[in-house]
Design a protein around this ligand. Structure first.
Ligand code: 13P
Ligand code: SF4
Length: 369
């Protein structure tokens, strides 16, 4: 491919005036030109007009691995959020380039923990003597920066996703005295409860307070130290939503993502990752009723896909991930036509040293069956 000069590079603003039909046509034409050199990955929470162009859809973990498996693809266009594109870059081969169609597509939960804050928390645990007296394992949710994954790699820790949190906790709780889990307190708490850990043995670490707002005694007695982070989308689901759907539809099954608060998970029938939610509905009998507590774009697609089942969003108000929504057909068309023109826009590159250690933590996770 010849490399175009910068003046030939398409300009994003030029795509905003195009009709839906024009955008679709241009995306498909660029896809055809790029052929096997391109793979487009679409996270389950992406909007329909983007998912329509995805080669593969999946959860964050499945998609990060898939890019590398499609090793003929030089360009991995990741329609998702920043931490997912970072993970895809870490797991990709050297000849592959990962592209995020809108650099503003971040994750507010991932932003709730910086590597500096995590390092500082670790230093405070060391100064309090906790690290001398106990084996503390750092575990980070996939929804975190590459730098935090690297921190876990360096400190005998591991990465976790909502689909493997249970086997991973099972192994980690046998190996360590305490787990330090970031950045989602709810996934950590909901998983800890599955192992019978009493809530009194879980403390929350607030990065803006000394010792995370805890006493040394509380930290010494804790089995789980949970970072004070959460997902603002899943945080919208409330206990009264569960009560309401049960009142409206007796016998309805409530299925939620474990990023929801404890009280909602406790009142639900089932909880699990996006892949678990999809699989459960695939297997559900025709005529069954379901209220789903996760992102609205996925729920709407499930409603369309299973017309023989009664599926609804758990909350009456919209639970949409605004940063996922930033990836629009305009961004996709711009990115693909830039690639056709020989320009690689919005490439996500994790610095080598960070990627090396983050990969250690990701590989430890992959080794857990
Ligand atoms: P998955 O790990 O299921 O892809 O979920 C990612 C996410 O951001 C959930 O809010
Ligand atoms: Fe982040 Fe929540 Fe959006 Fe998932 S749904 S990407 S956790 S803000």
């Amino acid at each position: 491919m010849t490399v175009a000069t910068l003046t030939e590079a398409p300009v994003l603003e030029d795509y905003f005036g195009l009709s839906d039909a024009e955008l679709n046509e241009r995306i498909e034409a660029a896809r055809a030109k790029l052929g096997e050199r391109l793979v487009i990955l679409g996270h389950h929470y992406q909007r329909d007009d983007v998912i329509a162009h995805a080669d593969v859809t999946g959860d964050s973990f499945k998609l990060s691995k898939l890019g590398a498996e499609r090793d003929r693809a030089e360009f991995i266009v990741f329609c998702g959020v920043h931490f997912m594109a970072e993970s895809a870059d870490i797991l990709s081969a050297p000849h592959q380039k990962v592209i995020l169609p809108d650099l503003g597509a971040g994750c507010s939960m991932a932003d709730m923990a910086s590597a500096e804050q995590v390092e500082d928390a670790w230093d405070q645990l060391a100064a309090a003597g906790i690290l001398d007296d106990f084996r503390v394992m750092p575990i980070t949710y996939m929804n975190s920066t590459a730098a935090i994954k690297a921190f876990c790699g360096k400190h005998d820790g591991v990465v976790c996703t909502s689909s493997n949190a249970v086997p991973l906790f099972d192994k980690s709780l046998r190996e360590a005295d305490k787990l330090f889990f970031f950045p989602d307190q709810h996934l950590g708490r909901n998983t800890g409860v599955k192992f019978g850990i009493p809530l009194e043995q879980m403390v929350v670490w607030d990065p803006f307070q000394e010792l995370g707002g805890n006493t040394v005694e509380a930290l010494r007695g804790a089995r789980l130290i949970l970072w004070k982070g959460h997902c603002s989308v899943h945080g919208r689901f409330r206990e009264w939503h569960v009560d309401q759907v049960r009142k409206e539809t007796p016998g309805i099954r409530v299925l939620v993502h474990p990023e929801c608060v404890r009280e909602v998970v406790e009142k639900s029938d089932l909880n699990g990752s996006t892949e678990f939610i999809i699989k459960t509905l695939e297997d559900a009998p025709a005529g069954s009723s379901w209220a789903i507590g996760t992102e609205v774009n996925l729920v709407n697609r499930l409603i369309e896909r299973f017309p023989d089942k009664h599926i609804r969003l758990l909350a009456p108000d919209l639970c949409m991930c605004a940063t996922m929504y930033r990836i629009a057909p305009q961004n996709l068309a711009w990115v693909l036509e830039s690639l056709v023109a020989g320009v690689v826009p919005n490439q996500i590159t994790v610095p080598e040293e960070t990627a090396r250690w983050a990969r250690v933590a990701l590989d430890r996770m992959l080794a857990i069956k």
